[in-house]
Design a protein around this ligand. Sequence first.
Ligand code: FMN
Length: 306
Amino acid sequence: MTERPKILVVYYTQTGQLRRIIDTIVEPLQDKATIVYEEIKPVQPFTFPWEKQVFFETMPETVLGKPRPIEPLKVNPDEHFDLVILAYQPWFLSPSQPTAAFLQSETAKRLLKDKPVVTIMGCRNMWVNAQEKVKGYLKGMGAKLVGNIVLVDTSPNLVALLTVLRWQFKGQKEATKWLPAAGVQEKDIIASSRFAAPLAQALETRQWDALHPELLTLKAVELKPNLILLEQRGISAFGFWAKFISAKGGPGAPERKGRLTMYRILLLVGIFVLSPIDKISSIIKLTFRKNKLQEDVKYFKGIHLR
Ligand SMILES: Cc1cc2nc3c(=O)[nH]c(=O)nc-3n(C[C@H](O)[C@H](O)[C@H](O)COP(=O)(O)O)c2cc1C
């Protein structure tokens, strides 16, 4: 008889949404495996709801992968796990700072080396670039990404943007008169328990190759081509502003205030004024670069790093 498998779940969540998602997915595995939870905790927590200035100030270091330090994990880094689940969220199209801090740590290197890893993401709808970075971190430490599950807010892009900002700045997740509830839809969280069966099967046999294809047939990762185009635009803009702002100093430095204000104004103009224009250019690209975009969709839904 094979030994009872052990799963380590490493996660960070500010609002608890991601913990709800994790619990729903792994609940059916409770009687089949021993599950150890590790919550990543920044030494100086990111307060929720966000103060606007702090929210925008967080962009440069997030995009540049220079996160705030985290507390040491409780788990022994040399303990063996049959599967590691890394549950995280993108911030500014990059892995959230606590996630990046974990992935850069010595503990992560020891814990994840040669281990199968499944990533679970709970986000608005722009996660592609963050996952590429996570694929890079995992590859760098010799871990094997064997599956990815992405839960997004399926409202139209601008609606999801308005509700996520209301949520982040006011703490209000619930629907208001004109706008729906923020975040991943409750029905989608409940339905995510369907991913437990292929996870259980792979765990039992310790065979991981069929896992991601099976997750994909269960629609674990859905991706709209126009969001890839929007992300590509966004990440080059963030990259520019991140370097430009941080050249004046680190978080809180008074010298970078002027540049931060410029970026805040241009970001809002970019989103609300340029987005509709962007949409037209996207339609053109979607028509003329259809094959290339379809290839991209297939690639980003996958677990390999090109
Ligand atoms: C600073 C910040 C930046 C964010 N940037 C993105 C993003 O680039 N793409 C996205 O889909 N969601 C983004 N979100 C939403 C988060 O990914 C996440 O869904 C939400 O914050 C709730 O997560 P949590 O409670 O698990 O921490 C952002 C949230 C924050 C706080």
